[in-house]
Design a protein around this ligand. Structure first.
Ligand code: ATP
Length: 437
């Protein structure tokens, strides 16, 4: 695909997202704020579906993983211990002429500035800490500096013993968390791909140090399999292994799950062997014993941690791009019904002859089971197109025949084939199609 058409796809997805109510620019009436986005009625449903699928696979479908929701603001020592205060930095350079800012490692300094075209205009590289700082309490001095968490993981590590004791889990076991993280990224962009405020879904799995490689392999496969549930095309996914100089300060080994975005192969999830780095550091800084006691072998040790860390917003963007299809007469989001924001739309063919009333009755029966949508405006064809763009897998239409034999049509989004079924079977029909997933 030529670059132009790749960019066009992103533009089209941004515009569809706004038009259908998936994603809006934050504070739009004030001209927007760079890299911040708001999720509209369809976006929030999708986000909720993605989070539920993840939570189900991590927590509900297993008995060795517990959930947590830790606070965003944490003791500042956490970030000293974790290495974020000294090491969570990106190299930054500025163009002296146009003042544009770049990550040093993304720019060839022998070439002109990509923004203004001036040559030899770059400053020297300096390190820039990506954590957002604020102050706790009314006094804005250095003693009160506090950070917005740049990852949810640390809230899990500092609660390792709390969760283990309360849940009586034994190693190997994991702790899962979904929550906001904040990074003052130098070059946010590509819509919601890289933002300064985003949501992560992270799971930390505590294992015996001698079993780290076995569990690392296990979680790599588990996580790749999970993308099937999201319905993402297999040939658009791959692993990328971190080379020695790509590895984060805490990692022994790391693999990214990458997706082929219109702007290239990029990470959507990181799977890291964090060794005993985090718990050892927290032990050192807090003076608390964070070792695990194995009551069978009578060993006491600091567990190793295998982390799986995925961005919820980035996953949502992946599913939007992966589902986006342009056909001759329509644009359609061919989501897996699992994550489709609306599961079924109900239309009266015309706004008279008792059809709207009948349609409302059908809708009432589906309420509480599925997210539904009622639409009686415009031609039936236009209503189908609107739902195609929303990715709604099924559209139910009430027509003249409904009153003859209590049947309705159900249109399949992908095949556009319409089946006629008994109105009393709608719920079972949708149940079979949707809940079996
Ligand atoms: P990148 O190399 O893209 O900056 P990272 O390696 O710093 O990502 P991790 O720290 O491993 O990312 O974070 C885990 C996941 O969190 C990423 O795979 C991504 O899905 C998500 N994520 C990280 N930073 C952002 C961001 N600025 N905006 C949206 N999602 C993010």
């Amino acid at each position: 695909m030529a670059n132009k058409s790749k960019n066009q796809i992103m533009d089209k997805i941004v515009s569809l997202s706004k038009r259908r109510g998936f994603i809006f620019q934050s504070s739009e009436i004030y001209g927007g704020i760079n890299s911040c986005y708001d999720y509209g009625p369809l976006g929030i449903e999708m986000k909720k579906n993605i989070k539920e699928l993840w939570w189900k696979s991590m927590v509900y479908n297993r008995d060795d993983i517990e959930g947590i929701d830790s606070s965003i603001l944490m003791h500042p020592k956490v970030w000293e211990a974790s290495g974020h205060v000294s090491g969570f930095t990106d190299p930054l350079i500025d163009c002296k002429i146009c003042k544009s800012r770049f990550k040093d490692d993304t720019i060839d300094k022998t070439k002109p500035c990509p923004n203004c075209g001036n040559k030899d205009s770059f400053t020297d590289s300096r390190q820039f800490n990506l954590m957002f700082k604020t102050f706790m309490g009314p006094v804005e001095d250095s003693a009160n500096v506090i950070y917005l968490r740049p990852e949810t993981a640390q809230g899990i590590y500092v609660n390792f013993h709390n969760i283990r004791e309360a849940s009586r889990q034994k190693i190997p076991f994991g702790i899962a968390q979904i929550g906001k993280a904040f990074r003052n990224e130098i070059t946010p962009g590509n819509f919601i791909f890289r933002t300064r405020e985003f949501e992560q879904m992270e799971m930390q799995y505590f294992v015996k140090p001698t079993e780290d490689e076995k569990w690392f392999e296990y979680w790599k496969q588990e996580r790749m399999n999970w993308y099937n549930e999201l319905g993402i095309k297999k040939d658009k996914l791959r692993f990328h292994e971190h080379s020695k100089n790509e590895l984060a300060h805490y990692a022994k080994s790391a693999f990214d799950v990458e997706y082929e975005f219109p702007f290239g192969w990029q990470e959507i999830e990181g799977i890291h062997n964090r060794t005993d780095f985090d718990l050892t550091k927290h032990q050192e800084y807090s003076n608390k014993d964070l070792r695990y006691f194995d009551d069978i072998t009578r060993d006491r040790f600091v567990p190793f941690i295998i982390e799986t860390s995925i961005g919820c917003d980035r996953t949502l963007l992946t599913t939007l791009i992966d589902a986006y299809v342009e056909e001759e007469e329509r644009v359609v989001l061919k989501f897996s019904p699992n994550i489709a924001p609306i599961k079924a739309a109900v239309f009266p063919l015309v706004k008279k002859d008792g059809m709207p009333e009948y349609a409302k009755k059908v809708l009432k029966n589906l309420k509480g089971q599925f997210k539904t949508f009622f639409d009686e405006s415009g031609s039936i064809g236009r209503r189908y197109r609107r739902q195609d763009e929303a990715g709604t897998p099924y559209c139910i239409t009430i027509d003249n025949e409904t009153f003859e034999n209590d049947t309705v049509t159900i249109r399949n989004r992908d095949s556009m084939v319409q089946e006629r079924i008994s109105a009393s079977n709608i719920l079972t029909y949708l149940d079979n199609k949707l809940k079996s997933l």
